[in-house]
Ligand binder design. Sequence first.
Ligand code: NAD
Length: 511
Amino acid sequence: MVQRGEAVQIKGAPKTIEVINPATLEKVGEVPVMGPEEVGRAVQRARDAKRHWTALSIDKRAQVLLRFRQALVDAKDRIAAVIVSETGKPKAEAYAAEIAYVCDAIGYWAKNAGRFLADERLSPHLLKTKRVISTYAPKGVVGIIGPWNFPFTLTVGEALAALFAGNAVVIKPSEFTPLSALAGAALAAEAGLPEGVLQVVTGYGETGEHLIDRVDMVHFTGSTATGRKVMKRAAERLIPVSLELGGKDPMIVLEDADLERAANGCVWGGLFNSGQVCISVERVYVAEPVYEAFLEKVREKISALRQGAGAEEDVDIGAMIMPRQIETVEGHVRDAVAKGARVLTGGRRNPKLTGFFYEPTLLADVDHSMKVMTEETFGPVIPVMKVKDAEEAVALANDSRYGLDASIWSKDLRRAGELARRIDSGSVCINDCLVNFQITEAPMGGVKESGLGRRHGPEGIRKFCDQKTIVEDRLGLKSELVWYPTTPFTRGLMRRMINLLFGSGLRRFFG
Ligand code: NAD
């Protein structure tokens, strides 16, 4: 069981995973593949640790987690180096989207968790003699299964709300990027998080399955295909799941958009993290009158980007995670070109770099017969399609099995707001993109095949709890005599009450 520090070499372990830096192809670590016994032990340790953790007040838990935040601030360069080493992303992205996100999220939950999980006094409209309180109790041990694209944010960051709520957490990070979560859990332990409250188990999908078989809830972030398997497995034990899945986010640029801003947003939203973001701009619809001008602006901006290994200075766009991911991108570009798309820039692996690099790519004249407009590409490719008007753009935006995020670009905010309500997605940004993830007040999640449940906001922490209702009678024993039809007298009384309710009193009682 690896609990702290970077990856370790396990002597005589039957299987290990080598962690590779995708920008340099160097080996940066090795972790064990954990089987059912190791996962079982981790979950048991979490169950034991949870008792003490749950018994602490939220303020006490917040004190510990704020110490973790301080430790993270102090260790930011070391943690950023770990993230960059296993993802190949630019350092700036590791600081901004991972370390800064986690620090900010700790502060957000420290300020708000108590309020979101406070007992709520309810006023019954009918049985007015009852005092009703709704409470939140932690589920127990939460399993967090994460992807590789944000290996710190989507593991340690996802664990925060569960921890604030009083759960113990066991993380199963991606087999491609286990080191960030390990480093984060080790740092949290050093900062005083009690042993066993936050652990990491490493391995492939099977290790994730062993975790699902033992925990009290699963929070999964990853592909839609795996999300289906996770839900099926969780259904066997009737444990709840929260699923943050894939996307194919549309960007709509209307005739009256600020084209400069829209082009900047498009390049940022489409190429951040090499396009490997669940809420990436994956397809763009541009109104006919501004189509060519928009393409030209985007092309110019892409041409100025510097691609390279994330650890180097002055790199705008980093590596992709693995050959399989590049092959998907190549397949989508090939398919689009065969069906008539124009490649305005990029369209190939970067021949000057050794690692897994695909050049930032702009495609024009695409349509929905092409995979690049209908399947998740998850790479540095921006396909742009000309549309007649906003109506056509909305119809095409909704022509997808996904529904995670979307963006609309227009100076007419009222019209953009109306269109936003008609787009089938968990969120829509107007004149912006990607930013909603950083707004921890805003519920974030998908509709259709993009997921179930929400992170952030009140729902983002309550989902890690069981809601319990406590009903207290305020009249004492006498009320029992009135309400429980245990004697002929009270049965008669009850009958008369029912007659009254369904007779003349119906409107008065039921409204
Ligand atoms: P993936 O589905 O291949 O793997 C995700 C995790 O699931 C990994 O840790 C993997 O080992 C584990 N896993 C695989 N099979 C499993 C099984 N049968 N049971 C339990 N766990 C199993 O996803 P990925 O390639 O790592 O990540 C990319 C995907 O994640 C993209 O589709 C992307 O859109 C999505 N994503 C979504 C969000 C979001 O918030 N909606 C955020 C980031 C990434």
